[in-house]
Write a protein that binds this ligand. Structure first.
Ligand SMILES: *Cc1c(COP(=O)(O)O)cnc(C)c1O
Length: 385
């Protein structure tokens, strides 16, 4: 029998052959817009640092203050050693920014998704998810043990068809979607989804990891729609535009109290370090006070797409679909040689044959860097496939 290392090496070699092997590359970051890699300073379009808040002086100051005041680690789960002080402030701000009764902070967005869904949805229940939802939602859905099906991306006809066919065979039904799709940059039609949910007696959940801080004056994707558009479970993360860390869910008092009692990834995982919580608070304060700054990432993305004659983007995420994994990897390498860090996104993150360059625009980007990068993209013909 071959030993463990031999078996694993074979898998790694297969990935390599398919241009799907991933490696962790050492980099350094000393400002919000650049990455230093192999001694070379690159403008980064690979970070989700949409507002450049990772290096904001007011936020760094808040973090230092919390470090002095509370120390480093938090010691135990929130339910065991006590709910350290700044959590309440952070959750109060999250509920305010999302317009809900209450909020609950988890260790990360991933932990939030794998905790929330199994707490709410059981074997007798049913989940319909958009085919492009984030991997952490899929893992949460698998953890729940419920029956699930995918509906075609943003296709309300397909969602309705599946509800007609399956809804009445199950107890509860949850419809799950990203607010902003992380690899495509488009937005879910939350008005239509919430109307279908009402008609078919379903609950709704959005993952707005890429909406907070950048859409609807920073409030996120739900606020792009009217106040009658109700989403039961609004999940997101503080690791992207907020430049901090930690996942969250916003909703009714009852939902939050129920999740405090039942979400295993909250109960059995240590609370966030106080510094991280303070960073999140300072970031949300800046977001609430600076709607013009929150509009910038989309303006930067629009500068890029208009320069290239592409359709206007819906979010600061712009994909250029190139096809094969190898093509995307080579394109990213070429951009790197010209001074730009752009993520090549390959299967299994995206479907086979749709490997792409994924550009994430930030308020911290200089217009001239964006224009220079657009020039490279135009030269290579990547925008016209
Ligand atoms: C990044 C991301 C997550 C995970 O959030 P973390 O805080 O990084 O764990 C979840 N959902 C979506 C859509 C994401 O893009």
């Amino acid at each position: 029998m071959p030993d463990l290392a031999t078996v694993l090496q074979q898998s790694l070699d297969n990935l390599e052959q398919m241009h799907l092997r991933r490696t962790l590359k050492p980099v350094r970051r000393d400002d919000a817009a650049h990455i230093i890699k192999g001694g070379k300073k690159l403008v980064s379009f690979a970070c989700n640092n949409y507002l450049g808040l990772t290096h904001h002086p007011a936020i760094k100051e808040a973090a230092l203050k919390a470090l002095e005041e509370y120390g480093t680690g938090s010691g135990a789960s929130r339910l065991v050693s006590g709910n350290i002080l700044p959590y309440r402030e952070l959750e109060e701000r999250l509920a305010r920014i999302k317009g809900t009764d209450a909020a609950l902070v988890f260790g990360s967005g991933y932990l939030a998704n794998v905790g929330i869904i199994p707490a709410l949805i059981k074997k007798e229940d049913f989940i319909l998810m958009d085919e492009y939802v984030h991997a952490s939602l899929i893992d949460g859905i698998l953890f729940s043990g419920a029956k699930w099906l995918r509906f075609s991306h943003n296709d309300m006809g397909d969602l309705e068809k599946q509800l007609l066919r399956h809804r009445n065979r199950h107890r509860h039904c949850l419809i799950v979607t990203d607010g902003v799709f992380s690899m495509d940059g488009d937005i879910a039609p939350l008005d239509k989804i919430s109307a279908l949910a009402k008609r078919f007696d379903c609950w709704t959940m959005t993952d707005d990891a890429h909406g907070l801080g950048v859409l609807a004056k920073g409030h996120g994707s739900r606020k792009l729609f009217g106040d009658d558009v109700h989403i039961d479970i609004q999940m997101g993360t503080l690791s992207k535009a907020a430049g901090a860390y930690g996942g969250y869910v916003c909703g009714s008092h009852t939902l939050i109290e129920y999740l405090q009692n039942t979400a295993r990834s909250l109960i059995y995982s240590t609370a966030l370090p106080p510094v991280v919580i303070a960073t999140g608070i300072a970031a949300l304060d800046l977001i609430l006070k600076n709607p013009e700054w929150c509009a910038r990432p989309l303006q930067k993305a629009t500068l890029f797409t208009r320069t290239l004659g592409l359709p206007d983007p819906e979010s600061p995420i712009v994909p250029l679909i190139l096809g094969e994994a190898e093509t995307a990897v080579k394109a990213a390498l070429k951009l790197e040689q010209r001074g730009f860090l752009v993520a090549p996104i390959r299967p299994p993150t995206v479907p086979a044959g749709t490997s792409r360059l994924r550009f994430a625009f930030s308020a911290a980007h200089e217009d001239e860097d964006i224009l220079r990068m657009a020039e490279v993209v135009a030269e290579e013909g990547w925008a016209h496939r």
